[in-house]
Design a protein around this ligand. Structure first.
Ligand code: SF4
Length: 368
């Protein structure tokens, strides 16, 4: 006789940011007040140091992703880092990235953040003016070097949305606005803000700055549905990018990471056609494309966090500390995508991204 099996009820999760942790010292910052004002129903919990919460060992990231906590903390210098070799610098000699937020509201299977951070909580550093002061110091150094004619081009190229998606969290913390205002006062700076968001309204509400590039990461819809959980579909990202080019913004399109999925030719070929039927190629600043790649240690940890991911379980090959697809896979895909792009975009605007060959700290550069 069969006995009826009663399944335990699925656990219920509280809405995101039901808990907001405020680090000692962060209360006095204006940004803290602005963020807390957006969550009047949340439970506010004071903590000594954000790492007491964020860096605890043995955290359950899959569960945390279902009900994210928000942490407001005071960041400690350094706030700027040199861009890694796996990330394209687009010909800019002084290439930095900054981290004003740790973690992202989206949940991509291939994201390196899951291998980098022990927690899925979103940490916002509220002392943004100190971060800007550090950027100003780098700008001054660069200006001095430029005067000595030791470098060329725009002095400082800064990517501000690598370890998060600042545009996607614009309604939680207005950091995208703050960066725009800062960039407006610093023409020597070129800022790249990478995103997967569908920020049409926000784009329409702001004047297009000369020294800010919004870089949309684009994937085929089949990849978005399968691997980019919570991120807007292709049409929504393209609608935002289209609004941006129409309004005079500098727009970059990043096809990165490209994944080895079944029928990849069909998916990536159709996606490229869709992109350039939505966006006039002449109005796109440039495009980059690159295969999935991730540093050895990051991939090891990401596989532990997502043990059932077929994407992460793939037998990648190690090239100078970076895991990526073997050349027999990546070669034909890169060639196919490069050729498809060159039918729309002139060669000087196409930037292929290759795995790092210099063995430096290898981060996957596919943010947002
Ligand atoms: S890959 Fe980008 S959009 Fe996806 S979770 Fe990571 S930071 Fe967010």
């Amino acid at each position: 006789m069969c006995r009826k099996v009663t399944r335990p009820p699925a656990p219920e999760f509280l809405p995101h940011f039901h808990h907001i942790y405020v680090e000692h010292g962060a209360e006095s910052y204006g940004l803290t007040e602005r963020v807390l004002g957006k969550f009047p129903e949340s439970r506010i919990i004071p903590i000594r140091h954000y790492k007491d919460l964020f860096s605890r060992p043995g955290q359950d990231l899959p569960a945390q992703r279902k009900s994210r906590s928000l942490v407001l903390a005071v960041g400690r210098s350094p706030f700027l880092y040199r861009g890694a070799g796996v990330c394209p610098s687009f010909g800019n000699s002084r290439f930095f990235y900054s981290s004003t937020v740790m973690n992202c509201i989206f949940d991509c299977d291939y994201c390196y953040l899951q291998g980098m951070y022990p927690s899925a909580s979103l940490v916002v550093f509220v002392n943004v003016q100190e971060i800007f002061a550090e950027v100003e110091a780098v700008i001054r150094e660069a200006a001095a070097e430029k005067m000595e004619e030791r470098i060329s081009g725009p002095p400082v190229y800064l990517c501000n949305s690598y370890d998060t998606d600042l545009l996607a969290i614009r309604n939680i913390a207005p950091l995208a606005d703050m960066w725009l205002d800062f960039a407006a006062g610093h023409p020597e700076l070129l800022v790249e803000m990478r995103t997967k968001s569908a920020a049409v309204k926000w784009i329409s509400s702001r004047a297009a700055p000369d020294n800010v590039i919004v870089a949309w990461t684009i994937s085929p819809d089949a990849v978005i549905r399968e691997f980019e959980h919570g991120a807007p579909p292709l049409a929504a990202r393209l609608a935002a990018a289209r609004k941006a080019v129409e309004a005079g913004w500098r727009v970059r399109i990043c096809f990165d990471p490209i994944l080895f999925v079944s029928s990849w030719e069909k998916h990536y070929g159709a996606m490229i056609e869709t992109v350039f039927s939505a966006l006039p190629p002449a109005r796109v600043e440039n495009v980059s494309y690159g295969m999935f790649r991730m540093g050895r240690e990051l991939l090891k940890r990401a596989r532990r966090v997502r043990p059932l991911s077929a994407l992460l379980a793939y037998p990648f090959v190690l090239q100078d500390g970076v895991y990526t697809y073997p050349p027999s896979i990546s070669g034909p895909i890169m060639e196919f995508v490069g050729n498809a792009l060159s039918r729309h975009v002139s060669p000087e605007k196409i930037f292929p991204v290759l795995p790092d060959h210099n063995g430096r700290k290898a981060r996957q550069c596919v943010m947002s």
